[in-house]
Design a protein. Structure first.
Length: 384
């Protein structure tokens, strides 16, 4: 399932100097899966299949002997989403849902040795979430372990080199007969965490010291600000560049920033957005819009300066304007990106769709327009 890394390797950072700073004592092969705790997994699965183009993969619940929750596993490209709902209203999962709403609980990382990953990180100060264990069935065995990170988010290490099954032991093939077709999503490009003011350095140091990551780039409140709000961000990456975690914190501004709004509604630190890559962003966005996905509005004036700022691109600028797709360039190429509105009623988790045409950056040239668009949404919600 994860044997071919060619796609991901094509988009890793070419600057080897960055990775000289990363202590690669924790080899990570990619994102294994992302688990969201949701209020109704059956309905959430229908949404992500219909709107985002995910397809059935695996299922665990009462029918498979699982008594405390149900989980639907969906896949598109190399992206696996696990949608889990608790049965017991007094369970910790139910408490998590009441407090945070639907959101990311587990960012699972695919490793060569889950037991060693646990030992390496806990000996460096990580708080244990899941002690090393081995799960097995007729398809082999999977070794897992886990640690806590910001807020109530956790990393689970997954070692599956001796497993041939669909997903994990305890899951069976999911066959609903409803798979409306993919939208061209291929893999997770990066995942962004929002943390409390003053905590960005603490968590970037956690990824550096506990997990051997390096600081790829830092944005301060001069880079990411408008007249009203600002934030700061540090992008942390592992040694091979397959995993990238920007860590955001609010900066002082005249009004409440998007990070503060997130922290207020999520009731603490958590995963703000999942950036997923595509090879054809126009196709992906046209499909997702037809299926009801809502995207942030980009002012038409944004496109007046794109040619001067970005230069020659292969895409038709009028078509990008029609779909609200933004463009930015760095020294290695350009990228195309767009952001959904929050995918649940609390203004918390959203998705970014990104297509890289050589660029290794994160769209710094789009920050101003993006922030103004987010602020317009905050004003509509009365939370700015």
């Amino acid at each position: 399932m994860h044997n071919d890394l060619t796609e991901v390797k094509n988009f890793t950072y070419s600057g080897a100097k960055i990775f000289d700073k990363a202590q690669d004592f924790l080899p990570i092969n990619g994102t294994d899966y992302v688990e969201l705790y949701v209020g109704n997994a059956k309905q959430a699965a229908h949404y992500y299949k219909t709107a985002f183009g995910f397809e059935d993969l695996a299922y665990a619940g009462l029918e498979t002997g699982l008594k405390d929750r149900t989980s639907y596993v969906l896949q598109q490209g190399k992206i696996r989403l696990v949608l889990s709902t608790p049965f017991d209203p007094e369970s910790d999962m139910a408490r998590h849902l009441r407090e945070h709403g639907d959101g990311v609980k587990v960012i699972a990382l695919w490793v060569d040795d889950a037991y060693d990953a646990y030992q390496q990180t806990t000996m460096r100060g990580a708080k244990s979430y899941m002690e090393p264990c081995t799960l097995s069935d007729e398809n082999g065995e999977v070794k897992m372990s886990g640690i806590h990170t910001y807020g109530e988010t956790v990393h689970v290490f997954v070692e599956r080199k001796n497993y041939k099954g669909l997903f994990l032991p305890g899951y069976e093939k999911l066959e609903t007969g409803y798979n409306p077709g993919e939208t061209g999503l291929r893999y997770i490009d990066h995942m962004v965490g929002n943390v409390e003011m003053g905590s960005m350095d603490l968590w970037s140091e956690f990824y550096a010291n506990v997990m051997g990551f390096a600081n790829l780039v830092t944005f301060d409140d001069k880079d990411i600000s408008t007249e009203y709000t600002a934030l700061m961000s540090k992008v942390m990456t592992n040694g091979n560049g397959y995993i990238k975690f920007p860590i955001n914190e609010p900066a002082i501004g005249k009004k409440k920033s998007q990070v503060e709004e997130y922290l207020d509604f999520y009731k603490g630190a958590g995963c703000q957005h999942i950036a997923v890559a595509t090879n054809d962003i126009v196709f992906t966005i046209s499909e997702m819009r037809k299926r009801g996905v809502e995207f942030l509005y980009v002012p038409g004036s944004y496109y007046d300066t794109v040619k001067e700022r970005v230069g020659i691109i292969e895409e038709d600028l009028n078509e990008l304007k029609n779909w609200g797709i933004m463009v930015d360039r760095d020294e290695e190429g350009y990228l195309l990106q767009i952001f959904t509105k929050p995918v649940e009623d609390r203004p918390t988790l959203f998705f970014e769709i990104i297509q890289r045409k050589g660029a290794k950056s994160f769209g710094k040239g789009n920050f101003q327009a993006l922030f103004e668009s987010i602020e317009a949404e905050q004003a509509r919600r009365g939370t700015l």
